[in-house]
Structures are given as C-alpha cells and as structure tokens.
Write a protein that binds this ligand. Sequence first.
Ligand code: BTN
Length: 241
Amino acid sequence: MKEKLNNIEVLHFREIDSTNLEAKRQIKSGASLPMLIVADGQTAGKGRMGRNFYSPENTGLYMSYAFEPEFDFSDSMTVTSAAAVAVCRAIEALTDLKPKIKWVNDIYIDSKKVCGILTEAVTAQKTAVIVGIGVNITTESFPDEIKCIAASLNTEINTAELAVKITEQLCELIQGLPQRTFLAEYKQKSCTLGETVEFVKDGVRDIGYAVDITRDGGLVVQTSVEGVVLSSGEITVRTKK
Ligand code: BTN
C-alpha cells in the first residue's frame, strides 16, 4: 500500500524479507526520497553485526526511513544515536514507559531490549541513509538465543501511530544533527553511562567505567590505565551486585 506522510512516501507491506533491503531496492530503482517503509512482519529481518532481527507478524513495528543526507560525513555517524532518542521520545509520548538507551542504540526497558536500530548508507543512484527500526510491541516468546535479553513494550499501542511518531521525531532530530540537538537527551537517557562495561578494542578485551558520550556518539571509557573512545562495536554492562 502506498501513502504520503507530509512529503514522505510511505510503503506498507503485510510481509517482506526486510524493510532495509526493500529500501535499498527502492533507492536502486530510483524511487524518490524521503521514504518510509513499514511491514507487519519480516522473514529476514537484519540486525547489527550480521545478526537476524526476530520479526514475527503483527506483534512489532518494523520500519525503515530512507533519506538523502544534507549533512557532512562526520555528522552521519550520529544518525543512529539520534534515532535512539527519537524512538524513546515516541514511546514516552504514547505510553507511560521510561525507555533507556544502551550504547550505541539499543532501547531497553527494565534491563531488557525492546528495540534495535540498524543504520545503513547506500551509494547507488543517489547517496542515501536508511534507518531501520524494529520495536517488539506484543511479541511474547523469543528464540532461545535472545530470550534472556529480549522483551516487548507489552502495552496498548497503535503500530501506525508509533511509526508516525518515531518518524516525526527522527526528522526533527536529523534537522538538528549538525548542532547535535539530540546529545544532551541521549546522555540523560543512557543506561550505559556511569556503569562498568566490558568491551573489545583492536581485538583486545578490556574493562572500564563509561564516563561520557562524544559529539560523534562515541563512548568514552576510563580503564585502569587510560581513557579510550569506542566508536562502534558492542559492550557488555556489568550489573552492580
Ligand atoms: C539490532 O538490534 O541489531 C538492529 C535491529 C534492526 C531491526 C530493524 S527491523 C526494521 C529494519 N529492517 C531490518 O531488516 N532491520 C531493521
């Protein structure tokens, strides 16, 4: 189904392999941007680091927002952090939940992941950025490998309304990307800052205290010997005993 949301072309699918893959196909075939692709279910949902994103039909929001960036490459690194703030704002606006951001861009509620974000760049017909967002809304059972960390919002929420709210917030924050208008709120919503984290940098596993987020969305970690900045990858937060 094809619709318009302000100047955004909206495509809705009952089921698709992946909304990010569909965004890439649309861009390659010359579709006009910005574009929002929403699916009720995905058969090959993509996660970060080559993982799958579990996307059962009618229990989550699976969306990709594709746009042509007007900002510098240095700003593009922060799109994904801005998207995390946009998702939190949308959930807060529509529910009583208090979502938190685990660096880089996982959304957590009560120590469980309810949303993942996968940002990809495309240079085909045009240079475009695709922000893929998956929110578990009512999914009850998860595959064994993620069932101890994954959860759902488990609240009455209209999927279309959530998609619109996230998109509105994302568009607003993308406008302010060069000024990093998302950054203070990102830090305030972070459940990583102030925690002891395990990380791998240059192939070496280490441990330190998460002290800050840089202008480019990097995580500043103080180890016993030095301060390091992580720009990508994954961390494990060590829970306080
Ligand atoms: C992660 O947690 O590793 C990122 C998950 C991103 C999932 C979303 S669902 C909509 C969009 N389409 C995809 O194939 N992936 C993203």
